[in-house]
Ligand binder design. Sequence first.
Ligand SMILES: Nc1ncnc2c1ncn2[C@@H]1O[C@H](COP(=O)(O)OP(=O)(O)OP(=O)(O)O)[C@@H](O)[C@H]1O
Ligand SMILES: [Mg+2]
Length: 385
Amino acid sequence: MTNIFENLEEKKTIFKDKKPLDHRFLPEHLPHRNEQITAIAKYWIEALNNNTPSDVTIYGKTGTGKTAAAKFAKEQLIEASANKNVSIRVEYIRCTDFTTEYQVIAHLCQQLGRDVPNRGWTKAEIIKAFRDIFKKNVFGRNLILIVILDEIDILLEKDGDGILYTLTRTDNVAILSISNFLDFKQYIKPRVASSLRDKEIVFPPYNAEQLADILRERSRLSFINGSIDDGVIPLCSAMAAKEEGDARYALDLLQTAGEIADEKGSDIILGAYVKEAKERIEYNKVTDVIMTLPTQQQRVLEALLKLTKSKEEITSGKLYETYEEVSKGDAVTYRRIFDFVNELEMLGIISTNTISRGHGKGRTNIINLQCDLDVLERALYPLGI
Ligand SMILES: Nc1ncnc2c1ncn2[C@@H]1O[C@H](COP(=O)(O)OP(=O)(O)OP(=O)(O)O)[C@@H](O)[C@H]1O
Ligand SMILES: [Mg+2]
């Protein structure tokens, strides 16, 4: 009999270090983002001359390096200011963590050494405490603060544009906003827009060759030399280029393909593992979404699954009928179901299509599943039917 410790012995792996594949890792170089980083630096250099830089807004789709570039520029500015007679602070704020103006201002105060409570003060009190920080100190040296507001859309949507109003009207403060949407300014009222004279920098999606350069750098740090087959990086890059040039997805593909190689006990990543990785990532994403849906929405999906399997054209009426069957007396109204249908469409699990049946016959909504049937079935019935 084998000793149980033998089985538990450390498994063989092709990873040297997984950290460089993590999304939070900040690499020393950001290939193909020189132009954008230099553009930020050209505004921020003002801080080194003791002037408040312009406000800047970065736009770009997911995984185009916005967060990485902003953090990179921050590190560079801090480094450059070290032996100059200036006092510069750059504070990075992820607006998913601080979702109100109060929270952001309180956090900034705390970072800058003011002891303020996380709640309880009025907004006017907290703003006053914040602005007091910028009164000239005894040496007459100004503090210049650059606030990076990452994923600003979330803050604006939840709490309005007050934060921009306050920051743009505080001396010595510059903002770098990061947004996924070109139209995020719809949340900003004219009175605020007029004081936010921001410069815009666009981050275009990466193409396949650029993604390959990014992956090559990261893979050198992460994988043991020679553990990646020749076609693998071009394949990951081509697949991620199709997903709107998303570098995060490219990194996920490579890491997951590496994990699959480890599981199979292979000392090299093959192209076939990348295809498997794609399915696994897709599977996990869809499964997570479906498994955490409320019961009634899961029933809508059960009904859709049933109809799809019997190859029926799924009209709204047909869907409701089948949903009622599935619900066995515990059904909600027709109207509610169509709110669910909209939500499921936004999640990308289904699509709807309005078709015209011809003259005088009106229009009908046709619903289609957009996810793999097997994936859906396993997510809805994890224990089997
Ligand atoms: N030019 C680059 N060189 C090296 N790594 C990069 C580059 N661009 C992006 N990455 C890496 O890809 C991942 C995603 O980048 P990042 O988080 O900056 O994207 P983002 O534009 O902020 O996306 P989102 O809008 O989803 O927040 C990170 O791991 C980042 O380090
Ligand atoms: Mg980001």
